[in-house]
Design a binder for this molecule. Structure first.
Ligand code: NAP
Length: 438
């Protein structure tokens, strides 16, 4: 590998895992050419469309990714879909190695009757909607009922409940999409129920996120004292025990809270497995079966209860999207090193499933980059030049990093007072801005 004959690598996906992998490759291999191919005209994946808008500090990592994107060895090809404008097999023929960093964008399926009723959404849809993801800009959820149910006991459930309960002045100061701000300003929601099939100690909340619910201006977090054990029992690591003990203390404080002290309530319900979503066209309630823990596992009791609501968001995890040219078996074959087969690697949530924080992807990108560089030699493959020619033959334009910066400037320049940006949510609009100002 020399400057004249660099290793040519394509990374599919411009989210955190793609950018961390790119940065790691740049750090290890001086002579490389890295092309980041992204389906949307905008980079940064979940930083832009997954991280809660009221958590702006989580998004500051974008500045690091921008440094990577502007390294002379790196190019962004936005608005290019692998499997549409170019097949995965073609990409692999053009580059010495391809890294799939396409995340886990699809909601895990809530397999109960009524899941297709109006007013029932997966977290990927709902979070995408309030964050202005173009795929979900038209979701238009009705927020006209006082009750809302969020199913799942992970941090995504907390994000959703918090956004549903924030005051409008709080939301106005964020990059929440305009369409979501408009609907939330008219929201009739008063109580958001976060429901878990296991207990408070088994929940997957991290304490920074959980305890934040106890400090909201507009909402009070509530738990039932009868659901809370006195202590954290069982075989858990010291680190997990500390987290669970902190969570238990937060829930104990929530059990003392007064619902009437704030306009909205965030109510935790535990040991409740979703059984059926009830309604004719639209959800009217959710029926849950009460659970008990037997030998460490939840078991049904045969007793049921119902929560009336007009909105259900299921936040029970994500899975990968089908990627043309790659079977599920291939994907499952990615070992922890990230290697799928010769010249093809996986990184981030696409490799290890939806777990961990944004920064977890850093170590992951690092280890995959090391394996890739150890296994790859520079060849006569054309890399970037071949991609440009291929896209040209398909008459497919792309948005480069300069084009994204035009979108970025437009968004920042048209922001509400105090907000960091006003997100463009339509692909056509983004492409027009990227092209117009060039
Ligand atoms: P998660 O942490 O894996 O939580 C998923 C929840 O869904 C669990 O409570 C799980 O219960 C429940 N669940 C799964 N299948 C279910 C079913 N069929 N019926 C009822 N409940 C079901 O996933 P997540 O909340 O989507 O978060 C994904 C990752 O992103 C996590 O690592 C999370 O920490 C991270 N994240 C971090 C932040 C932050 O740091 N601020 C914010 C958002 C997300 P069981 O435990 O019983 O399976």
């Amino acid at each position: 590998m020399t400057a004249e004959s660099p290793i040519r690598i394509a990374i599919v996906g411009a989210g955190p895992s793609g950018f961390y992998a790119a940065q790691a490759l740049l750090d290890i291999a001086c002579a490389c050419e890295i092309d980041i191919i992204e389906r949307l005209p905008t980079p940064y994946g979940l930083i832009r469309s997954g991280v809660a808008p009221d958590h702006p500090t989580t998004k500051t990592v974008q500045a690091t990714f921008e440094r990577t994107a502007t390294d002379p060895r790196v190019r962004l090809f936005g608005n290019v879909t692998v499997g549409k404008e170019i097949a995965l097999a073609e990409l692999r023929a053009l580059y010495d190695a391809v890294i799939l960093a396409v995340g886990a964008p699809v909601d895990a399926r809530l397999d109960i009757p009524g899941r297709d009723l109006g007013g029932v959404y997966g977290a990927a849809q709902f979070v995408g909607w309030y964050n202005g993801h173009p795929d979900f800009a038209d979701l238009d959820p009705a927020l006209d009922d006082p009750g809302a149910v969020v199913i799942g006991n992970g941090n995504v459930a907390i994000d959703i409940a918090r956004i549903l309960c924030r005051s409008i002045p709080e939301l106005e100061a964020t990059d929440l999409a305009d369409h979501a701000l408009g609907l939330l300003a008219r929201s009739a929601i008063r109580d958001v129920h976060i429901v878990g099939r296991r207990g408070p100690v088994e929940s997957k909340f991290t304490n920074v996120e959980l305890s934040e619910l106890g400090e909201m201006d507009n909402a009070v977090a509530l738990a039932a004292a009868t659901d809370l054990p006195d202590a954290v029992d069982g075989d858990v690591s010291p680190r997990d025990r500390r987290m669970k003990e902190k969570n238990l203390r937060s829930f104990q404080a929530f059990a003392q809270a007064d619902r009437t002290s704030r306009p909205r309530g965030i109510r935790f319900a535990f040991f409740a497995r979703p059984h059926e979503i009830v309604g004719s066209d639209r959800v009217r309630s959710v029926v849950f079966e009460r659970m008990r823990i037997a030998d460490g596992s939840p078991a049904g009791t045969g007793a049921f209860f119902e929560i009336p609501c007009g909105l259900v968001v299921s936040a029970i995890g994500y899975r990968g999207a089908p990627l043309a040219g790659l079977s599920d078996a291939d994907r499952a074959g990615a070992d922890p090193s990230g290697r799928i087969e010769d010249g093809l690697y996986a990184v981030g949530w696409f490799k290890r499933g939806p777990s961990g924080k944004i920064a977890t992807n850093r170590a992951d990108g690092d280890s995959v980059a090391r394996v890739l560089i150890a296994e790859t030699t520079a060849s006569a493959r054309p890399g970037r030049q071949g991609l440009i020619e291929r896209l040209g033959r398909a008459n497919a334009g792309w948005v480069d990093f300069a084009g994204w910066k035009h979108i970025d400037s437009e968004e920042v320049g048209t922001a509400r007072p105090a907000a960091p940006r006003r997100k463009l949510t339509r692909i056509d609009e983004m492409l027009a801005v990227a092209a117009r100002q060039r």
